[in-house]
Design a protein around this ligand. Structure first.
Ligand SMILES: Cc1cc2nc3c(=O)[nH]c(=O)nc-3n(C[C@H](O)[C@H](O)[C@H](O)COP(=O)(O)OP(=O)(O)OC[C@H]3O[C@@H](n4cnc5c(N)ncnc54)[C@H](O)[C@@H]3O)c2cc1C
Length: 466
């Protein structure tokens, strides 16, 4: 039905059978450490400024062409080395960063910063080559051949080549054609590239010229390597051993959608918050080789985690046939779409399609009195609504508003238009908005919310794509 909205039913419940809600008994963990996006951004920029200062104190002003090339090469090289380190740090899955900034935002920064790093690497190579050629009075080809004779420069060239290969496979047009696992495997080459770049930098004049610079640079690299080793290797293994997760049930929720219940030991130690996600690896044939991100679709309770999964591709399709007893490796929790982002008394949760999963968990657990929490759930038609009974039970229990916004996305009536949103939520501008849905819906909804008077800093969104 086009642009159809429905209020929630009036059936309060307190039951534990499928499709039911236990009144908000969510785990309320002590606030974990979180680094805000603004703080992380300013720290990283301060690091770039410090690297530039290191270059500035070493630079010998000269108007000679080869010296100018060399000076430019030094600055771009130092910033490229720092940039590689930052790119690795952003992906190290440090909890304070993941919970404060959010995995999707980190991935966007990584993708954006990666282009700059490649640009700096290429700029550094070209400037160094030109400087050397001018200095030696040779052509570029001869200069290139001579430079490759130096082991540190050959290593750096290989490192740059690897980074370019990774960048090419990450370009949107190529990535769409490459399996996620292949893309990830190729991405591992960046570790090798970073190691080669590090060897090159230690041999170069900018770092090697000062003992303080050598120690600082080495400390920075060791710290990032230790963080990667700890959070991407040790923590997942420890979590697997400690929690011993297994699938207990797979429940059909609708066409193409299932909920998977996963039980384990000591799950409160994970301090998972509603709105967060884990990366899940199911040790079953044709699934074990990939770790897929899924949000918790219910708060953690009784040592059970629940995810709700829409069949989007081969792996998610196979998940419909998961067998009870299947072992699960999960790493997390990740994500910053949690209660800590809230700044206002009133909250609007806006979900599109399977983006309902984190919203379902937040709808139950976000603190608020009657009328303070509203959920808008956008879907093409009523058959695509999932977890409907639970949502209606929560709405009735906590006297929250629930509206289904139904209709195809190309219909003439747009239920997410600013006026339509204001009709449903008259004091919309006084709300914090939590938003999760397909990228195009999320973009359109953000624009509509801003036009309807919601300040951008009060819109908290998470993308289901990295
Ligand atoms: C933070 C986050 C939370 C999510 N929560 C949910 C949820 O609660 N319920 C739900 O149904 N879906 C969720 N998704 C989407 C879900 O992860 C993808 O639909 C799923 O990974 C697709 O896997 P596939 O191999 O079946 O599909 P494919 O056809 O292989 O991929 C479909 C899309 O998913 C991407 N993708 C595939 N594998 C991965 C991976 N390992 N990591 C990241 N992206 C990948 C691909 O790049 C592609 O864009 C979430 C995604 C993210 C990033």
């Amino acid at each position: 039905m086009l642009g159809h909205t429905e209020e929630a039913g009036e059936r309060p419940r307190s039951v534990t059978e499928p499709g039911s809600v236990t009144p908000a008994r969510a785990v309320t963990p002590a606030a974990p450490l979180r680094i805000s996006p603004a703080r992380l951004r300013s720290s990283l920029l301060a690091g770039a400024a410090a690297v530039t200062a290191l270059w500035a104190v070493q630079v010998h002003p000269s108007a000679r062409l080869d010296a100018l090339f060399a000076t430019g090469a030094h600055l771009s090289g130092l910033l490229a080395g720092y940039g590689v380190l930052v790119m690795l740090f952003l992906m190290a899955r440090v909890p304070a960063v993941e919970h404060g900034v959010g995995a999707d935002r980190l991935a966007r920064w990584h993708a954006w910063g990666g282009r700059w790093v490649i640009g700096l690497c290429v700029g550094h190579t070209v400037l160094a080559l030109c400087g050397y050629a001018v200095h030696r009075g040779t052509d570029l080809l001869t200069a290139g051949g001579e430079l490759l004779g130096y082991p540190a420069l050959a290593a750096a060239t290989l490192g740059t080549g690897l980074l370019i290969a990774v960048a090419v496979t990450s370009a949107r047009a190529v990535r769409r054609r490459v399996a996620h696992e292949t893309w990830r495997a190729l991405h591992l080459l960046t570790y090798l590239a970073a190691a080669l770049a590090f060897a090159h930098q230690l041999a170069g004049p900018e770092i090697a010229g000062s003992m303080l610079a050598v120690w600082t640079w080495t400390l920075l690299h060791t710290t990032v390597a230790a963080l990667l080793f700890w959070y991407r290797l040790v923590v997942p293994v420890r979590q697997a051993l400690r929690h011993a997760l297994r699938v207990t049930e797979v429940r059909r929720e609708g066409p193409e959608v299932v909920s998977v219940m996963i039980q384990g030991e000591g799950l409160d130690e994970l301090r998972a918050e509603p709105g967060q996600f884990f990366r899940w690896r199911f040790l079953q044939r044709r699934l074990w080789h990939t770790a897929l991100p899924f949000s918790l679709s219910a708060p953690v309770r009784e040592n059970t985690l629940r995810i709700t999964v829409k069949a989007a591709g081969n792996h998610t399709r196979r998940m419909r046939r998961l067998r009870p007893g299947t072992r699960v490796l999960a790493t997390g929790p990740f994500g910053a779409l949690t209660a800590h982002r809230r700044t206002r008394r009133k909250v609007l949760l806006l979900a599109g399609g399977v983006g309902i999963t984190p919203m379902r968990a937040l709808f139950e657990t976000l603190p608020g009195g009657p009328g303070e929490v509203t959920l808008l759930y956008r879907a093409n038609n009523a058959a695509q609504l999932v977890l409907r009974e639970e949502l209606e039970a929560i709405a009735a229990t906590r006297q929250a508003a629930l509206h289904y916004l139904l209709g195809p996305s190309d219909a003439s009536f747009d239920p997410l238009a600013p006026q339509a949103l204001r009709n449903l939520v008259p004091d919309l501008a006084e709300h914090d908005v939590y938003l999760c849905g397909p990228p195009r819906m999320a973009e359109a909804a953000t624009a509509a919310l801003v036009r309807a008077g919601v300040p951008e800093e009060h819109i908290h969104a998470e993308n289901f794509t990295f």
